[in-house]
Design a protein around this ligand. Sequence first.
Ligand code: ATP
Ligand code: MG
Length: 641
Amino acid sequence: MDFEMEDVPVCDVIYQPTEKAKYNAHLSSFDEYKKLYDESIRDPESFWKKMAHETLSWDIPFQKVSSGSFQDANIKWFEDGYLNACYNCVDRHANKNPNKVAIYWEGDQTSESRSISYLEMKNEICRLANYLESIGVKKGDCVAIYMPMIPEAVYAMLACVRIGAIHSVVFGGFSDEALKDRIIDAKCRVVITADEGVRGGKVIHLKNIVDQAIESVEFVKTVLVVKRTGEPSIQMKADRDVWYHEKVSTQSKDHKPVSMNSEDLLFILYTSGSTGKPKGVAHSTAGYLLYASLTFKYVFNYAENDIFGCMADVGWITGHSYVVYGPLCNGATIVLFDSTPFYPDASRYWQVVDKALRKAGDAFPLKYDLSSLRVLGSVGEPINPEAWQWYYDKIGRNKCALVDTYWQTETGGIVITPISSVTPTKPGAATLPFFGIEPALLDPHSGHEISGNGVCGVLAIKSPWPSITRTVYGDHERYKMTYFTQYPGYYFTGDSAARDSNGYYWIRGRVDDVINVSGHRLSTAEIENALINYPECAEAAVIGKPDEITGQSICVFCILRNPNIDKEKAKTDIIKQVRKSIGPIATPKSVYLVPDLPKTRSGKIMRRLLRKIVSGETNFGDLTTLSDPSIINKINIIVSQ
Ligand code: ATP
Ligand code: MG
């Protein structure tokens, strides 16, 4: 069989929504989803007007629903309305339900945990807002947040938006260089950090890293430091560094939120940098908040007293939309998790399906009572059908909904996903668009839209939705070029996808990662899925390598479960596996057995680096988001052997 990217997955396994997943459902049937979805596409103005009134509390209600276009890269939603995102996420719930738990914090040690009520959270945020105003932070200023996953990180984000400042959260695992770039890019005058973080028993010297990052950055006037570990050797620079507990706790717990225009920026956040230099994605206040809130409510089928655990770090968009803004806007109780999946052992974080976690086997999740779970989520990379099935069977125990949620930093919220209470799912498919999202598959060469089912193409979105990014901070030209130029009239995601016979979407990976062998376009995701079927393979990445005869040839990088097995046999078996699952056209020309893969700090494989290594390039481009830089050298040695 010749496999081509044009071939569409055929999947007979369909899981109907479980009884558990239907609990207190906002939508009671699949037809109801379809009806609402159709309405959202046919008459987006009425749909979003109604949702925006129902979901958000406005200081001055909007009259105008939307304006602008992809062509002109000037999209606006609810542009004459005013509101405050912190008020929406905190005050209105604190007023109604002051004692409800807002944050359930779980620290690095299993013994460390805390519950914080909505009222306590509001008081803390107001104190910090008052302090930030007292040092001159005002509407439109940008504040950098470089913190562990502690409640103060959430307070910092929400105190900024309360006073109209724009936050830029930088993942607490980034280096001083990455932090410096981001502080300079957004001209942050204030940095909020902690003395140290602790993850998996390891100390992260946050304050020291901040010191190095801003050594030559003169415009940083204040570094506000939360005492997390109390390490006595922390150096505080006079006139610049202040302790959070000294300055903030003395402030008043009353603060009036600043009324913001819907289109005022809420935050900027840099993308993961999987495909190039990270982009400073900017999101606006009302559109983002509405979409994050609504996707949270419907996709996870949130019910009043649910505790929602999203294990992402607030340094990523998933942490923004589904740890902070979406759940809090709905008045939910969130879990803030400040550890790693493997600490103290792999049972800590079994909820998240992760290839590495699956390596640890089934013993861990089986030990626990998981009966409180109703909905499981997955995001970030294509989930292969085996991982999906494991997650569904072993964690969900065949009773939970599993939602594979596809989206991007730029989309602000989930755009293709099952609705947990109603959508029948197929292992490995992201399924159907959320309300207001009109996906299109385009021919990569002509840019023409491909209609009908059973087709593949470049994934684009046809019309603006409320939470689409408004600009790349400080570089509107890059914004236009990246998303709207190549396929005029569409938002270009950079990913490719298939639409199967049911109209379900399957994300196939990045367009840049597609491999062309003798004119056959092969998707990396598909070949990687085939490799996972080889029992000795723990994880794999596939790239195209320039080839004189075929244009490109397939090159496999594989991490073996047991590195001590016969390597030559393993390589032959890997080649056989791909030929068997996909066909001779996909026969790998080179197989490298590696100890690890280059990944971003959010866990995405950086295939662009593998491509550079095999073609002998030495300029690797932006490496600031690479998790373990030593891996390049290790792989280089293996490739050149
Ligand atoms: P950069 O844009 O800097 O290269 P990035 O694209 O990795 O970085 P993110 O915005 O964090 O940064 O990731 C979005 C990408 O993650 C999507 O474009 C897609 O490739 C991938 N992705 C997210 N969710 C899914 C999913 N459910 N299935 C498949 N791929 C996914
Ligand atoms: Mg991207």
